[in-house]
Write a protein that binds this ligand. Structure first.
Ligand code: BGC
Length: 377
């Protein structure tokens, strides 16, 4: 390269640097950075910007409801390792489905100086007092997977769309019936999850948005007549209670009838329903599910369970940690995707898309999940 060319390259580079430094608007280099617009809350009122953030090695509390389904066991493990990897001090606990135990655990997270407490509530509406105490201490509160109800002390909720999840379950049941049980009308029964969990009525509501018109037009027949959430709910998401209800439905209403399909709110309950049906000598009905639990992924692959819904825990935990990092850096809560009224306030919701999985799309659905992929054989 000759001298002249080198000089003109150098000049061009200097020009580029000065453009980058001053910005296209040609602001003087010494101009202070523009003040950040304070985030608005759901009512549109401006909130003061969180300027301070907190220490990069702060304590973060995670209060999980129980470890009774695979998603919660995964969350327990992922929060411990990923919060530690991000430099935080995690306190991750589960409450064995007991409200007082969860209240005490959150209380002790407050005493231990947690800067953020992530909560998957046992009962969405029973934590108001302890969460309000946490908020008064300046702690940020993030609902995880489940909504925190009837309290002002919640800064946001991270979850897979819960009504959407129910719609997918209802649609999968309809699709499965058409694919596997010939022409209707179809005999079906409906199951819901634990009534204290705010997701459970939402899953049921979403499913009924799809199923009710088909009940009304006679395509679907709920032989027991039990179509209210309260009649169909499964206390504490307890699989054995669901199995007992299924046994009773089969002996009470299906002694001389085939059951074609069952709406199930998650995989554990789906397996209980399928087991009860097999034991009663029924052909396996079309059953929906949720969580893509390992055992149900195998059952979907072998054709024993019709569908599940994947809501990958790593994505939900990753999103939660992203929010915690934003709070740590003093940037406040990121803008939510939507808001949901929790009985007291509109709560910002970071909503992720659930995905229905049947045998047909299982390989695509789990392409990035080597653990579940290995079950498809
Ligand atoms: C979760 C489901 C889970 C259920 C029971 C719900 O809140 O969204 O993934 O199966 O709790 O643990």
């Amino acid at each position: 390269m000759n001298m002249k060319k080198r000089l003109s390259l150098l000049l061009a580079a200097m020009l580029l640097v000065s453009v980058v430094l001053t910005g296209c608007g040609g602001q003087p280099q010494s101009a202070p950075p523009a003040p950040e617009t304070p985030p608005a809350d759901s009512s549109g009122t401006a909130q003061p910007a969180d300027d301070g953030g907190f220490a990069a090695d702060a304590t973060i509390g995670v209060a999980l409801p129980w470890l009774g389904t695979q998603n919660w066991a995964e969350a327990d493990e992922m929060f411990k390792t990923q919060l530690a990897a991000a430099g935080f001090k995690p306190i991750v606990q589960h409450a064995d489905n007991k409200v007082p135990q969860q209240q005490q655990q959150i209380e002790s997270m407050i005493q231990n100086g947690a800067k953020v407490i992530v909560v998957g509530p046992v009962d969405g509406s029973q934590l108001g007092a302890v969460l309000e105490e946490a908020a008064a201490a300046g702690i940020k509160i993030i609902g995880y997977d489940r909504l925190l109800e009837n309290t002002t002390a919640v800064d946001g909720v991270v979850q897979f769309g819960s009504v959407k999840t129910g719609e997918l379950q209802g649609q999968a049941l309809l699709d499965g019936l058409k694919a596997q049980k010939g022409e209707g009308p179809y005999n079906i029964e409906l199951f819901g999850g634990g009534p204290a969990d705010p997701n459970a009525p939402n899953f049921f509501k979403g499913a009924m948005q799809v199923l009710q018109p088909k009940i009304d037009d006679g395509t679907l027949l709920v032989v027991s007549g039990q179509t209210d959430f309260t009649q169909c709910a499964t206390m504490d998401w307890d699989n054995s209670k669901a199995q007992a209800r299924m046994d009773a439905l089969l002996s009470g209403f299906y002694a001389d009838k085939e059951i074609h399909g069952v709406l199930s709110p998650n995989d554990g309950i789906a397996r209980a329903i399928i087991t009860a049906s097999e034991q009663a000598g029924q052909k396996i009905p079309v059953v929906s599910g949720l969580d893509a639990e390992n055992e149900s992924v195998e059952w979907v692959w072998s054709g024993r369970q019709y569908s599940t819904v994947a809501k990958p825990t790593d994505v939900l935990v990753g999103k939660t940690i992203e929010i915690i990092k934003s709070l740590q850096a003093g940037k406040g809560m990121p803008a939510p995707d939507t808001t949901v009224n929790n009985g007291k306030i509109d709560v910002g919701v970071y909503e992720l898309p659930p995905l229905v999985v049947t045998k047909e799309n299982a390989k695509e659905a789990f392409a990035n999940d080597p653990g579940r992929m290995a079950l498809l054989k």
